[in-house]
Design a binder for this molecule. Structure first.
Ligand code: TXA
Ligand code: MG
Length: 529
């Protein structure tokens, strides 16, 4: 079969793709999650060809894609209020909802189940194709069954050229892992496959949500899968994959000590792995869960071909849960734990309540707290290694072998490069002290305002960001530190905004008076990572 290669930037080509679909053909289309292999969902014969092209097991049902919420009424027997609320919040987007189907859905789509999963994708090319085809589109990921899902048109070409009618190129998929699948048939929405719309996000809208136990552990012998896709070996390159779990510093150390052909690693460690002779595929900074998701399937393809692939495993929180879920299956659950005790990094803006929360967490988990500000001051006041290094770089601040903090502050406050120079001395020193503390105590809570800047986040098994309303923070700083409103505002303006913490931290604690309740939730999650 000659496979047409079409461009999503050309509307004529999109029309051609829609014609192929409307006349019973198969066309791979871009979505924001992964590329889908689409067919007219109402045409059983067309849908059958999807299974042949992919080599997909006959009992694994397909997701139906729509471009308008009202299409739900054709596909579902009953449209519950809860589903409409999720649709309003997350559609168009990476969420698939499962409900009882109507008779319009052929057996070939649902594979014998009485339910169907429906999704309204966000990708403009996907929406346009669905609209032009004039029918809902059944589409699994456009990979050969068992292979990593395609996030670039070139991946689809690799797997599907000669097997399908057309491939519509819409560029790189922005989310990079498949949609969240949530079963809406019960009282509580149940996540069957984690994705960019997390269980927490669903619970925030509907008050409650849960995750099917099979998502994390895989199925036990003899257990039936609620979502048939759970039971197959998935996303796997040819080379065996081993996941290294734990703090990024530790997973890097473990991999470097046991050379293998390839490593999928965080950006911070790419140079070290190159020196050690690995084929290196990096997937973003260690904290960047969205980037890991975007790159993971491409990374699994790129790293294939050698004796073994090591993967520095992202943390299983927020969007990280989706990436880890795919990786666990790619590795057939071969995962090694590289950090033996909990190291919990806590950060946030000044006055957000970091120290209070660190103390609560420490008490509940029976871990000592390391206060980096206090340690830093102690180190400055002593005449240890750090003091000597600072005085060598800033002789103006030498007050008889001690650091004159006021003079030093005056220098670095005015000059960014001087500040960077000072931090290049202090960060590694504070990090070394934090590491020593955590290792000596068999784990710790690290209360560190500059958690990411200092690199201390990389020795943590999990990072928490504490956020509080701006007004509250402002008041707290004024009273706590006895400073004027202007001085408090100046101090806050020098710190990153809240988004910085939302982007980087594994979990966010909202410290707005009800910290005990949100703390309980966080603690139950912490024990699972
Ligand atoms: O992001 C996505 O969802 C992509 C793009 C193309 O939209 N599609 C996708 O489809 O990932 P697929 O077929 O690779 O995965 C569909 C998953 C499978 O795990 C399947 O078992 C589950 O959804 N599923 C489909 N229909 C279901 C149903 N009625 N009940 C439970 N699980 C269902
Ligand atoms: Mg798939």
């Amino acid at each position: 079969m000659n496979t047409l290669l079409l461009s999503g930037t050309n509307d004529k080509d999109i029309q051609t793709a829609a014609q192929v679909l409307a006349s019973g053909g198969l066309c791979a289309i871009p979505t924001e999650t992964v590329y889908g292999l689409a067919a007219d969902a109402y045409n059983g014969q067309a849908v059958k060809k999807i299974f042949e092209a992919k080599g997909r097991p006959q009992d694994n049902p397909l997701i139906v894609h729509i471009s308008d919420i009202s299409a739900l009424y054709d596909l579902w027997d009953y449209v519950p209020e809860q589903a409409l609320r999720l649709a309003q919040e997350f559609w168009p987007g990476p969420l698939t909802m499962v409900m009882k189907k109507t008779d319009k859905i052929p057996h070939e789509v649902s594979c014998g189940l009485d339910t169907v999963g429906v999704r309204f994708p966000e990708h403009p090319v996907a929406r346009r194709v669905i609209e032009l085809a004039g029918v809902p589109l059944a589409a699994p990921s456009a990979n050969l069954s068992g292979k990593p899902s395609p996030t670039l048109a070139s991946h689809v070409v690799e797997d599907m050229q000669g097997r399908i009618d057309a491939i519509l190129d819409g560029g790189a998929c922005q989310v990079g892992v498949e949609s969240t699948v949530v079963d809406m048939t019960g009282d509580v929405p149940r996540v069957l496959r984690p994705g960019a719309v997390t269980e927490e996000m669903i619970a925030e809208v509907l008050g409650d949500a849960c995750t099917d136990p099979a998502v994390e552990g895989g199925l036990k012998e003899g257990e039936a899968a609620r979502s048939p896709g759970m039971k197959y070996r998935h996303y796997a390159p040819d080379s065996p994959v081993t996941l290294l779990c734990g703090a990024p510093d530790d997973t890097a150390k473990t991999a470097i000590a046991q050379p293998a052909a390839s490593v999928i690693c965080f950006d911070e460690y790419a140079a070290d792995f190159e020196v050690a002779g690995f084929r290196v595929v990096n997937i973003g900074s260690s904290w960047d869960h969205a980037m890991h998701a975007r790159r993971i399937f491409d990374a699994l393809r790129l790293s294939d071909g050698g004796d073994k692939i090591y993967v520095q495993c992202p943390r299983r929180v927020g969007m990280g849960a989706a990436t880890v879920n795919r990786l666990m299956r790619a590795a057939s659950f071969d995962a090694v734990r590289c950090t033996s005790y909990p190291i919990i990094g806590v950060t946030g803006r000044s006055g957000s309540g970091k120290s209070y929360l660190s103390a609560c967490i420490g008490e509940r988990l029976n871990l000592p707290v390391f206060d980096s500000d206090m340690e830093y001051k102690k180190m400055l006041d002593s005449n240890g290694e750090m003091t000597r290094a600072i005085l060598a770089a800033f002789p103006e601040a030498d007050a008889g072998g001690k650091v004159d903090r006021r003079v030093l502050g005056g220098i670095v406050f005015r000059d960014k490069s001087k500040k960077a120079l000072l931090e290049s001395i202090t960060h590694p020193q504070v990090a070394a002290a934090a590491r020593e503390f955590a290792y000596a105590n068999g784990g710790a809570v690290l209360d560190v305002p500059l958690l990411f800047e200092s690199g201390i986040d990389r020795m943590c098994t999990v990072t928490l960001g504490v956020v509080a309303p701006e007004k509250l923070i402002h008041e707290r700083i004024c009273t706590r530190d006895c400073i004027s409103a202007d001085a408090a505002a100046l101090r806050l303006s020098a710190q990153p905004d809240i988004k910085y913490y939302f982007d980087r931290c594994d979990m966010i604690v909202k410290n707005n008076g009800d910290s005990q309740a949100s703390l309980d939730k966080i603690l139950s999650k912490l024990t699972k990572i």
